[in-house]
Ligand binder design. Structure first.
Ligand code: APR
Length: 317
């Protein structure tokens, strides 16, 4: 397979560190360029002792950002502040919007060909900010901008496997919509292998998946939000993206991308095909049952508002 440089921005954080380790173990990565505003030298020194072929480089502070990004094939961004109890993902907006905008601007300038994966919340707003930022630079390619929602899929797979006593590795639940509260919609009717739920079970399972991030925030009691499971999910998304870039056919993941699957909603998470240039195709939603159709209609006002908030922020600045 070809040489692949991955840049990780926010590498010294709660998500960044375990994600660095998982990427250091990834067989498609040749160089792992770590960037943060603090603490990245230590993470890189530590990680560089693992005897895998991935070359690790450390980049600290804005003056070293260009070097981190130049030549990158994939840029993964978990930089920002995490949620505390009582906050929604949307509450993070003011701090994280500016961080994402600055980092995406640098990526647009230094590695316009790279696929960008945004983890920083609120993803429903930070992905539109990234799109506008790249547009302003004249380098926006919707195939190369991905909001990472894989943790919703990972959670749905885990919870459905547990509930039905199925093998964890066999279960696949598509999750569509966005990445906050009611905008997270697992399509339980499209689960593989097929499973059946009563209406009450469907509602309870859907809410469990939607609320899973908040359960972690509360359990961490002020120390942040999901980091290990988020890193695991992001590593899966990165691996699938690298497989696609390397020409592997039939790699599908759910992700939050520019989309026309729902009229009037410019960004939407659904199943996408990954290819040599990023997103090769946005797959439609398939058939929804009555519960899912109603939940989809119900979420749209929130999702549209959060997308618009991102677009407005980027246009204003
Ligand atoms: N450039 C690079 N790194 C930055 C910047 C910046 N401008 N601002 C902050 N960071 C770094 C911090 O120094 C820190 O190392 O981002 C890292 C964030 O780590 P944590 O505070 O531990 O947060 P984490 O739990 O990793 O979550 C980060 O991902 O899932 C989302 O909601 C979550 O938005 C949050 C983000």
């Amino acid at each position: 397979c070809e040489a692949r440089k991955v840049a990780l921005l926010g590498a010294a954080g709660g998500i960044g560190q375990p994600l660095s380790l998982l990427l250091k173990m990834n067989k498609f990565v040749t160089e792992l360029a770590l960037y943060d505003i603090v603490g990245v030298a230590g993470v890189a020194a530590d990680l560089s002792h693992c005897n895998t072929p991935v070359k690790v480089t450390a980049h600290t502070g804005p003056e070293e950002l260009a070097g981190c990004l130049s030549g990158a094939d994939l840029v993964v961004i978990p930089a920002g502040v995490p949620r505390k109890p009582g906050m929604t993902r949307d509450d993070l907006f003011n701090t994280n919007a500016g961080i994402v905008q600055g980092l995406v601007q640098a990526a647009g300038k230094n590695c316009p060909q790279a696929v960008l994966e945004i983890i920083t919340n609120p993803v429903n707003s930070t992905v539109p900010i990234a799109a506008e930022t790249l547009k302003a630079l004249g380098v926006y390619d919707p195939k190369k901008l991905i909001g990472v929602t894989s943790l919703d899929i990972v959670r749905a797979n885990t919870f459905v496997a547990e509930a039905r006593g199925l093998d964890m590795k066999d279960v696949d639940v598509p999750v569509i919509g966005g990445h906050a509260g009611a905008t997270i919609l697992p399509l339980l009717s499209q689960t593989t292998p097929p499973v059946t739920f009563t209406e009450a079970e469907k509602k309870a399972m859907t809410e469990k998946i939607q609320n899973a991030g908040t359960v972690v925030v509360e359990a961490k009691a002020g120390k942040g939000s999901a980091t290990l499971s988020m890193a695991y999910a992001a590593a899966r998304m990165a691996e699938s993206t690298l497989l696609g870039l390397n020409g592997e056919p039939n790699i599908y993941e759910c992700a939050f991308v520019q989309s026309d699957v729902v009229a009037g909603v410019p960004f939407f998470a659904s199943k996408v095909l990954l290819g040599p240039h990023g997103v090769a195709k946005v797959v439609g939603l398939g058939e929804l049952d009555a519960f899912e159709s109603a939940a989809l209609q119900d979420m749209l006002p929130q999702l549209k508002t959060e997308i618009q908030k991102g677009l407005d922020f980027a246009k204003k600045v």
